[in-house]
Design a protein around this ligand. Structure first.
Ligand code: DX5
Ligand code: ZN
Length: 215
């Protein structure tokens, strides 16, 4: 299967959000990446339930929701109710990660876990069999438009070994600084889903930018 492309709406034009959503609908992109930030886990605040509810009304593709919030357990049902299809929590925010993953799945969503650039892949070994997706941050979470961290390649290789051993259907998604210069190497190392914000939304032709990443 071809790689999944998940444009990050964090870089969209919020004044004309529906127009940008319609472009993604018509494009060859696969998902909508939705970044939720609380100003506590990350030094930025993005948007919450009312906006996601409207995005869901216009979006014709699955919502890939990336929670950068402390205590995500509190809100799992709410995210289901506003239309999340994939719900990804940060390893660094969960004291009882196994329970959180079960909770996401019990609410009828696909479960993902994200790791910050400093968090070692090995922490996933005992839950990877339960996951649909692992989201590797290739920048420190909080902002779009940051520089890609090269160490990510090594982490994809390490994660691919665990995937082979425990969960061959796992989606390995990369988030942060993804563009036309690095997407190929990310895929070669074993990634099969790419998030891209500024590369897509700041390009002159979003359809073409998506097609470049789609390969
Ligand atoms: C950063 C977010 C990313 C961000 C990516 O914390 O998780 O999804 O929107 O943006 P770019 O592709 O511009 O690095
Ligand atoms: Zn994200």
């Amino acid at each position: 299967m071809k790689q999944i492309i998940s444009p990050s709406l964090l870089s969209a034009n919020f004044l004309k959000l529906e127009d940008d959503i319609n472009i993604i609908n018509k494009s060859n992109a696969d998902w909508f990446h939705i970044d939720v930030m609380d100003g506590v886990f990350v030094p930025n605040i993005s948007f919450g339930f009312p906006i996601i509810k409207f995005i869901k009304k216009a979006a014709e593709k699955p919502l890939d929701v990336h929670l950068m919030i402390v205590d995500p357990d509190k809100y799992i049902t709410d995210f289901k109710n506003v239309g999340a299809d994939y719900l990804t929590v940060h390893y660094e925010t969960c004291n009882h990660l196994h329970r959180t993953i079960q909770n996401i799945k019990a609410n009828g969503m696909k479960a993902g876990v994200s790791l910050n650039p400093h968090t070692n892949i090995s922490v996933l070994e005992d839950v990877i069999g339960d996951l649909d997706l692992v989201l590797l941050m290739s920048v420190n979470p909080g902002f779009g438009g940051q520089k890609f961290i090269e160490n990510t390649y090594k982490k994809i290789e390490q994660l691919s070994i665990l995937k082979e051993k425990y969960n061959k259907n796992l989606i390995i998604e990369i988030d942060g600084g993804v563009d036309n210069t690095n997407y190929k190497k990310l895929l070669d190392k074993g990634a099969n889903a790419l998030v891209a914000g500024s590369y897509i939304f700041k390009s002159e032709n979003m359809f073409e930018a998506i097609d470049v990443l789609k390969g």
